[in-house]
Design a protein around this ligand. Structure first.
Ligand SMILES: [Zn+2]
Length: 191
């Protein structure tokens, strides 16, 4: 309590808050107490209205490299292998699982290719040459793809059986359809 009082004293005395030069408000007060946040370029990829919230959570953990991958579990001596459960072709790291490229997880790369062919856009977080709508769709699909891949990886670890690629792609497509419908309905309602 005393530390908080000391930390906020200067701002309070001068009515000058580091994060909001206009003066005190609750938001700036919380920022002050938390000590500010480092700026990350991917925050809109994770936290946006188009993404399914549970997909956003997994994306956020991926960006922080906080999921329990085989590589991490092996390092902690919790499992016997650090190989990728999905393709058995490399060290199962965040980079391997979610890069969606051929040099990463083969299974993931094939799923991503099918989604790109369906949408006719490149699913890449740099969004070069994408329109505003394409960026929104891209963010939503990437988050859904990563979520589905992570769930499938964990299911495969237990069942020792990998879902057919087409089945997983269909599942992602159904989620995207439902989400787009919901967003369009929300936009129409808002008009
Ligand atoms: Zn793999």
């Amino acid at each position: 309590m005393c530390k908080t009082k000391k930390d906020t004293q200067q701002g309070e005395m001068n009515n000058q808050w580091i994060h909001d030069p206009k003066g005190y408000n609750i938001k700036s007060g919380y920022y002050q107490l938390q000590g500010g946040h480092p700026f990350v370029v991917w925050h809109k990829d994770v936290w946006n209205a188009w993404c399914v919230p549970k997909h956003s959570i997994i994306s956020w953990l991926i960006h922080h490299e906080s999921l329990n991958t085989q590589e991490k579990l092996f390092r902690l001596q919790i499992c016997e292998s650090n190989a990728c459960v999905l393709c058995e072709n490399g060290l199962e790291t965040h980079q391997h699982l979610f890069s969606g490229c051929i040099s990463g997880c083969r299974y993931g790369a094939r799923v991503k290719l099918q989604l790109e062919a369906w949408l006719q856009i490149r699913l890449t977080p740099d969004y070069v040459g994408h329109s505003e709508l394409q960026i929104r769709v891209c963010r939503m699909v990437l988050a859904a793809f990563w979520y589905a891949l992570w769930i499938e990886k964990n299911a495969c670890k237990i069942d020792r059986q990998l879902a057919r690629l087409e089945k997983l792609v269909q599942k992602i497509k159904r989620i995207i359809h439902a989400r787009v419908k919901l967003n369009i309905a929300g936009a129409v309602k808002g008009n």
